[in-house]
Design a protein around this ligand. Structure first.
Ligand code: 6PG
Length: 244
């Protein structure tokens, strides 16, 4: 693994261009590997990308049999709930392209409580990885998609949450979300999210400009604490990009 390079900021014209740039990066990261792993993010930012992946010319460029799909976090709701991140990914592309069910790894949000789901997901990740300890030279993921909340959260790691300080667990239950939707969550921790060849933040729209400026200027917000063993890339459109 190359030495950790500083975060890159890539500015593209608009949301459609951002989705296409993200699709190109995803395809690059999952191609040529016997089995690749992508951690999906939730919310609205990735939805244009997810739709693209189900359509040509992108669909036939993804080696669907060899890519495993995880989520970086999910809301603790049934998968058929509109709030479900994995449910949205299935609706927007995974079900549309016929991704092999064995390659789709949802968080078990039908368990009794978030922490139980977190422990099950941590077991799933460790079984997939083949070890209980993450090796920075052998990342768990090839690509981790991340979003940016208006309060500076990412995944379901919210400001002032003790989850921000976790250094051992790979997945935690979050009883109280710091922002809507105010449902319990299950989230990967920073060490697990960091175990990736590329961490790609998707940030578009003028309403993200203020929070993105605060993160990029170094304010201690959860998204600023995100790090990657590989490349960390902020893919932003012109409307969200800080001025100047
Ligand atoms: C979630 C996401 C969360 C999201 C941000 C941005 O489960 O909600 O993982 O971290 O990326 O809240 O959401 P939008 O893309 O909808 O602005």
């Amino acid at each position: 693994m190359a030495a950790k390079s500083p975060p890159q900021i890539v500015v593209v014209e608009d949301a459609p261009a951002l989705a296409q740039a993200a699709a190109r990066r995803l395809i690059e990261r999952v191609s040529g590997k016997d089995h690749a792993a992508v951690a999906l993010t939730g919310g609205s930012s990735p939805q244009r990308l997810y739709r693209l992946l189900a359509e040509e010319p992108w669909r036939s460029k993804v080696p669907w049999d060899r890519v495993h799909w995880f989520v970086g976090d999910d809301r603790f709701v049934p998968e058929n709930d509109p709030l479900s991140n994995m449910g949205a990914a299935r609706r927007l592309f995974l079900d549309r392209v016929g991704a092999p069910p064995r390659n789709i790894h949802p968080i078990a949000t039908d368990t009794n409580y978030p922490e139980g789901a977190a422990r099950l997901y941590e077991d799933d990740l460790k079984a997939f990885y083949g070890a209980d300890r993450l090796d920075p030279t052998r990342p768990l993921f090839d690509l981790v998609l991340m979003g940016l909340g208006d309060d500076g959260h990412t995944a379901s790691l919210f400001p002032n949450s003790p989850a921000l300080e976790e250094t051992h667990r790979w997945v935690l239950g979050i009883g109280r979300a710091g922002m809507a939707p105010f449902v319990p969550r299950v989230t990967l921790t920073f060490p697990a999210l960091a175990s990736t060849r590329e961490m790609l933040f998707l940030v578009d729209g003028a309403d993200k400009r203020a929070i993105l400026s605060r993160v990029l200027s170094g304010e201690d917000l959860p998204a600023r604490r995100a790090h990657a063993d590989g490349d960390l890339v902020w893919l932003v459109d012109r409307a969200a990009a800080p001025e100047g």
